[in-house]
Design a protein around this ligand. Structure first.
Ligand SMILES: [Ca+2]
Ligand SMILES: [Ca+2]
Length: 402
């Protein structure tokens, strides 16, 4: 028997349709009482065995052994005799031949039973289904959550970003009384506890959360109380990390005419998805709690000069908050353009510069009678315009309209 109380029985057997063979049968610790599993033939006998030696008895089976592997006290080795091919196929005494055949019977244990063989978890969230079946306590392993267990399995998780993360066994489908311990450190005997939990809200399963630091490897142990009423093995480990917001779209500067609809856009990603609060000059704007901010009637504070205000979006979630770049919004009380730098150029050309609301389109028009205006040119403020036909008229007046 091994440390789990599994049992292995090795033996030779023969019958009317079977030459003397090497066999074993196994019983797992949790198999039903008074049962052994189906007999396995390690090595089938090859022929008649007839070898009485000096007496009259036909002997077989002096050389056999079944042992637990001393390295892990879990696997079994068995060596058994079988009837090998006789030296002479005729039924002649002492022509029988025996051989021995060895086999290793592995007691399945969780691959991540030991700290050094921890299963690596990746990503900001996920689900891992594992078993504590035949999991063990290692030498120098401490209790997890201060509770005596003895069936621990191990996981490694290295976050890419800072942020709160939760690990739990709440979704385990079996009635299993778990503990979770989260640590940093390089060996099972050299760990610093970060978080641990036995029972979560009076339930036997466990829930921990901690503020994870990017690029730090966390060692997560899941263990179970080994009481007789809680011998289930399957556990479901779920983890979920929240990521602080990060702006992937920033608001930008806007020049706008008073009364026009102002739309500022932003987008932040995070986990959980962020909520937004827009501010102007550092003060929260009422009801401005979406990624985009809309004002259908922006105004200048004066009637004769534009007003510039600073807008920012603040994105927040449970892991932190972040402020967008500053967008300067300049509201113009009027779209009236200013004409400047008018001058005659060589070749009888007339040039002027139009300055209105930046980004708005303005039309340069001309007239000789102030009744009939002719549109000459359209461009985006501000711009310079040169009129090539100025000498065709005795006089001509120019204006620019929005
Ligand atoms: Ca273990
Ligand atoms: Ca528990």
């Amino acid at each position: 028997m091994n440390k789990f109380n599994d049992a292995l029985l090795g033996f030779s057997s023969f019958s009317t349709n079977q030459y003397a063979s090497a066999n074993y049968t196994f019983r797992a610790f949790d198999d039903g009482a008074n049962t052994m599993r189906t007999i396995v033939t390690l090595k089938a006998g090859e022929g008649v065995y007839y070898k009485t030696g000096t007496g009259t008895r036909n002997r077989l089976g002096d050389y056999r052994a079944t042992m637990v592997d001393p390295v892990n006290d879990a696997d079994f080795w068995t060596i058994q005799e079988y009837a090998a091919t006789p030296a002479d196929p005729s039924y002649v005494n002492n022509n029988g031949r025996w051989g021995v055949w060895w086999g290793k019977i592995v007691a399945s244990t969780p691959a991540n039973d030991n700290f050094a063989n921890a299963t690596t978890l990746t990503g900001i969230e996920g689900t891992n289904n594992s078993t504590l079946f035949r999991a063990t306590r290692e030498k120098d392993e401490s209790n997890h959550a201060g509770v005596v267990g003895g069936r621990s399995i191990w996981f490694n998780w290295t976050p890419a970003t800072n942020g709160w993360v939760a690990f739990d066994t709440l979704q385990s489908t079996t009635e299993i009384n778990t503990m979770i311990g989260v640590y940093t450190g390089s060996g099972v005997n050299a760990l610093t506890e970060i978080a641990s939990n036995d029972d979560y809200r009076f339930r036997p399963r466990s829930f921990v959360y901690f503020n994870a630091i990017a690029a730090t490897t966390y060692r997560i142990a899941v263990d179970a109380k080994d009481s007789s009423s809680e011998v289930a093995d399957a556990i479901t480990l779920v983890w979920h990390q929240s990521i602080p917001p990060w702006f992937v779209a920033q608001p930008f500067d806007v020049h706008i005419l008073a009364g026009s609809t102002l739309v500022l856009t932003s987008m932040a990603v995070g986990q959980p998805p962020p909520i937004y609060q827009w501010q102007t000059n550092g003060v929260n704007i009422s009801s401005a709690t979406h990624a985009n901010y809309t004002n259908t009637n922006p105004q200048s504070t004066t009637t004769n000069a534009p007003t510039t205000r600073a807008y920012t979006a603040i994105a927040s979630n449970s892991s932190g908050s972040r402020t967008s770049l500053v967008a300067h919004v300049t509201v113009y009380p009027s779209a009236t353009a200013t004409l400047s730098e008018h001058a005659y150029l060589s070749g009888n050309k007339f040039k002027l510069t139009v300055t209105g609301i930046p980004g708005y389109n303005y039309i340069v028009q001309a007239t000789t009678n102030f009744t009939n205006w002719v549109s000459l040119h359209t461009n985006t403020s501000s711009f310079s315009y040169t009129n090539d036909a100025s000498t065709n008229y005795l006089y001509r007046f120019f204006r620019s309209i929005y």
